[in-house]
Ligand binder design. Structure first.
Ligand code: FMN
Length: 153
């Protein structure tokens, strides 16, 4: 696939590295599709930056019974104040199925917050148990390809 001129930002939060591994997988896939990518740790970026991109991927961990990453709370709140009608986004993240009803709940919370910006999501959320497996990597390929396909340039 020879996609060109598209720019993506991949925003992640991690404590022990699993979500950075998910973000790095997404980045590799985007680069294989010739999409220009910026990797951002969530406390080092602002939602306003998203206006410079065609696509965004959010990759948060989930903590303490479905809680958002502490260092991502400002980012999360500030999303309510930006309008991003031209953006297409996808959401993936690592949690732990041990937490059952709270499994990867931060993904759903970020999805609800992103919806408020007017940005568009077409691919299903990708919930990953701990470190991404080869099967998870295939799911990330679908996430990236479906999101690229829905992005107009
Ligand atoms: C104290 C604690 C609470 C957690 N709570 C949840 C939770 O509510 N839901 C979930 O899916 N995972 C939960 N997890 C698991 C982490 O989300 C999981 O280990 C994830 O892979 C960590 O990502 P990271 O390596 O990027 O930091 C919790 C882990 C710890 C240590």
């Amino acid at each position: 696939m020879a996609e060109t001129n598209l720019k993506a930002q991949v925003i992640f939060a991690t404590i022990t590295g699993n979500n950075e591994a998910v973000a790095d997988n997404i980045i590799s896939i985007l680069e294989e599709r010739n999409v220009q990518v910026k990797k951002s740790e969530i406390s080092q970026t602002e939602p306003e930056e998203l206006a410079d991109y065609d696509l965004a991927f959010l990759v948060p961990y989930t903590y303490d019974e479905g809680s958002l990453p502490d260092e991502g709370l400002d980012y999360f709140d500030d999303l309510a104040d930006v309008e991003l009608p031209g953006l297409t986004y996808g959401i993936a993240g690592s949690g732990d199925t041990f937490y059952e009803g709270y499994y990867c709940l931060a993904l759903d919370k970020f999805d609800n917050q992103m919806k408020k910006t007017g940005a568009k999501r077409v691919a299903d959320l990708v919930r990953i148990n701990l470190y991404p497996s080869p099967k998870d990597k295939e799911r990330l390929v679908s996430l990236v390809d479906e999101t690229i396909a829905a992005t107009k340039k």
